[in-house]
Ligand binder design. Structure first.
Ligand SMILES: CC(C)(COP(=O)(O)OP(=O)(O)OC[C@H]1O[C@@H](n2cnc3c(N)ncnc32)[C@H](O)[C@@H]1OP(=O)(O)O)[C@@H](O)C(=O)NCCC(=O)NCCS
Length: 156
């Protein structure tokens, strides 16, 4: 069995997915069904968390899910997930979804979300995850914000 690394950079787990919105993904208004986008967000974030902890984690909490602009049938959707912080057994992942209209090369930020995953063992209890290596100013800033959100969640 390979042992877990002590710490990993956010770049090692960063995850990018691309989808195209098809008629079966739409609501009656012809825009993407929110639940479909949420499913893609959950998968993208779960892959990033799994790449970090090396096991299949479970979604514990979804926070700050904000649909900023509509996504339409035919749009190409890019979903990007990156860890903002790794705690003891849990990890926070930020997901940003951009839409690209056919014929346009300008991606528009459409949805943002924060998700917390827990690395669970066979008994359903949390297992330790590698620390997150904070290498850049952006890494440190995102991690400080994640730390503040974790404290706020614990107080709620
Ligand atoms: C997530 C789950 C394992 C947490 O169980 P728990 O008994 O609360 O576990 P613990 O108290 O030991 O906490 C484990 C970690 O989860 C975190 N956690 C638990 N609930 C949380 C919440 N609502 N928001 C953020 N983090 C949470 C804790 O902060 C802790 O993190 P840390 O070790 O990094 O400090 C449990 O609630 C569960 O299995 N939920 C169902 C998950 C699921 O089915 N998801 C959808 C399908 S994948």
């Amino acid at each position: 069995m390979t042992s877990s690394p002590e710490a990993l950079s956010p770049r090692e787990s960063e995850t990018q997915m691309t989808e195209q919105v098809l008629p079966q993904h739409a609501n009656v208004l012809g825009t993407a069904f929110g639940g479909t986008i949420m499913g893609w967000i959950d998968i993208c974030a779960a892959i990033a968390a799994q790449r970090h902890c090396g096991r299949v984690p479970v979604t514990a909490f979804v926070d700050n899910l904000h649909f900023k602009v509509p996504i339409s049938v035919g749009d190409v959707v890019s979903i990007h997930g990156r860890l903002t912080q790794a705690f003891r057994t849990s990890m926070e992942v930020c997901v940003r979804v951009t839409r690209e209209r056919p014929g346009s090369r300008d991606p528009v930020l459409s949805v943002e979300a924060l998700l917390v995953f827990v690395n669970v063992g066979e008994n359903g209890k949390g297992l330790p995850v590698p620390k997150l290596l904070l290498e850049t100013d952006e890494d440190r800033s995102l991690a400080a914000e994640a730390d503040a959100r974790r404290s706020a969640r614990k107080r709620a």
